[in-house]
Write a protein that binds this ligand. Sequence first.
Ligand code: INI
Length: 156
Amino acid sequence: MPTLHTIDGSLLCDHHKIAIVATRFNSFIVNNLVTGALDCLERHGASQEDITLIHVPGAFELPLVCQKVAKSKRYDALIALGAVIRGATPHFDYVCTEASKGIAQVMLNYEIPIGFGLLTCDTIDQAIERAGSKAGNKGVEAALAMLETLHVLEQL
Ligand code: INI
């Protein structure tokens, strides 16, 4: 009987260079995502000198800076962290759409994993829930997804 060939990504962070790109906008939320991502990376083997934390003004700037980081070829993977919270105008929709589309485009264009830790929430409460309380910490989830994808790509 033929054996199934499977490819799985480990969650180890062994001497990989990781860039975290995080927004200053809604920093009271995003700082918790950053803390979660850093804690996760370190628990999975990363040392601080392998991690670079880059701040950008808001989610709209995430794609450009992620692209510049990817283009530099100095990093093996990225984590994009931010929080967009709906206001009274359609601004939310434009920022969310462009940020998520742009980050996905960088990932595909440069074949580099980007953990997607951009919260897109209707309320501040929803954002708090996802930044280290009731609904976990999306910074941790983004870091884990990035590590798994990185190790899958290395085997392809
Ligand atoms: N940027 C965010 O990261 N989150 C938001 O909730 C947000 N809202 O709601 O306006 C936001 N706007 C700023 C935007 O990302 C740009 O930084 C700004 O437009 C300057 O280019």
